[in-house]
Design a protein around this ligand. Structure first.
Ligand code: NAD
Ligand code: AHE
Ligand code: ZN
Length: 375
């Protein structure tokens, strides 16, 4: 079949809208009509050329929602007409990682996913006979896409596609980092670095968990009002705190008799390795945990004095908020439908596919929280 898609031809180039060829689903695969897709900073990261796994030409996008329109042989868990969210972290429930119950990082198809192909080693996308790579196993910047059955979560059909597509990455990552990875307890103090599409969801996760003090840190002052909307209690612009940002944050979070300071939990939602260090060092001595969510470019490394860890601070990372997609994503959609979490106000821009490059410009300019393309 033919489908409309935004194709990433090469690193650093705007996406090109074209009609591409899409082969139907093979055994264990489903064909999904994508109804809406968000644009996440990770799409920008890969398009920029900073992603060591980046392949071109590819169809990017990993934050979608849509309808199953066809199924391959052997598919049992979804049928035509089901509303689904594609999962860049699938959940096979059979691999050693899924069975361990210790991680959400299903390994069933990770190798081929990183090579931009389906589990059988081939791509379903092409143009004039030339292969186009899949991206993160999702390729939601195409109106129709093919996914393995284990990489779709069936969700409430009453939920609006143009909002729940955000659950496909940003909402689940932010809220999940708090609830699944950090396991924040009521009364905790927390600092969130970077108040974009992920950081604001960390903030709403912290509010849900009952955190007392939620400090937001961003170089863009416009983010102060955004953070406050979702539960942030204090805001710091690092450009004003200068070199003293970490002591400033430690001082702000002093509580209790010992007056040592430092947060119980910090979250990096920037992808900047210097910020990751600040986030670790702004943790409380003895128990503070710093969660890395941001994705850093090829060749970049984190560093700190080992003494920071010797004295009890913990560095952790999280992918997709530690969520097991087929199990947890439908629940998060239900939370949204029940009004437990907010999505609508974070979707600042709704675009047509032909306007998708505008979504990347808005992100660069710091003017959007989430842009969503509606097909
Ligand atoms: P975004 O562009 O919407 O937000 C980034 C925010 O960080 C912006 O508000 C920006 O002003 C702020 N910022 C930039 N430099 C800063 C600095 N030095 N100090 C403080 N704030 C700073 O991006 P997003 O969509 O929220 O994504 C954030 C990061 O999370 C990206 O690196 C993205 O690739 C990553 N990500 C990771 C996962 C995961 O599963 N681990 C999932 C989604 C996104
Ligand atoms: N390809 C990059 C890493 C990118 C990365 O860390 N991706 C996150 C999801 S970001 C979603 O917006 C992730 O899930 N990582 C776990 C995994 O298995 O990819 C690189 O550095 O090579
Ligand atoms: Zn993402």
């Amino acid at each position: 079949m033919k489908t409309k898609a935004a194709v990433a031809i090469a690193a650093g180039r705007p996406l090109e809208i074209s009609e591409v060829d899409l082969d139907g689903p093979r055994d264990g695969e489903v064909l999904v009509e994508i109804k809406a897709t968000g644009i996440c900073h990770t799409d920008e990261f890969t398009l920029s050329g900073a992603d060591p796994e980046g392949l071109f030409p590819a169809i990017l996008g990993h934050e979608g929602a849509g309808v199953v329109v066809d199924v391959g042989r052997g598919v049992t868990s979804v049928s035509k007409g089901d509303h689904v969210i594609p999962l860049y972290t699938p959940e096979c429930r059979q691999c050693p990682s899924c069975l361990s119950r210790k991680t959400n990082l299903c390994t069933a198809i990770r190798a081929t996913q990183g090579q931009g192909v389906m589990p059988d080693g081939t791509s379903r996308f092409s143009h004039d006979g030339d292969k186009i790579f899949h991206y993160m196993g999702c390729s939601t910047f195409s109106n129709f896409t093919v996914l393995p059955e284990i990489a779709v979560a069936k969700v409430d059909p009453a939920a609006p596609f143009d909002k729940i597509c955000y659950v496909g990455c940003g909402v689940t990552t932010g809220v999940g980092a708090v609830l699944n990875t950090a396991k924040v307890e009521a009364g905790a103090t927390a600092i969130v670095f970077g108040l974009g599409g992920i950081g604001l969801n960390v903030i709403q996760g912290l509010r849900l968990a009952g955190a007392d003090m939620i400090v937001g840190v961003d170089i863009n002052d416009d983010k102060k009002a955004w953070g406050e909307r979702f539960g942030m209690t204090h805001f710091v612009n690092p450009r004003e705190a200068g070199k003293d940002l970490v002591p400033h944050l430690v001082n702000m979070t002093k509580r209790g008799a010992d007056q040592i300071g430092g947060a119980d939990y910090t979250f990096d939602c920037t992808g900047n390795v210097a910020v990751m260090r600040q986030a670790l060092e702004a943790c409380h001595r003895g128990w503070g945990q710093s969660i890395i969510i941001g994705v850093a470019g090829a060749g970049q490394e984190i560093s700190t004095r080992p003494f920071q860890l010797v004295t009890g601070r913990v560095w952790k990372g999280t992918a997709f908020g530690g969520a097991r997609g087929r199990t947890d994503v439908p629940k998060i959609v239900d939370w949204y439908m029940a009004g437990k979490i907010q999505i609508d106000p974070m979707i600042t821009h709704t675009l047509k596919l032909k306007e998708i490059n505008k979504g990347f410009e808005l992100m660069h300019e710091g003017k959007s929280i989430r842009s969503v393309v509606v097909y």
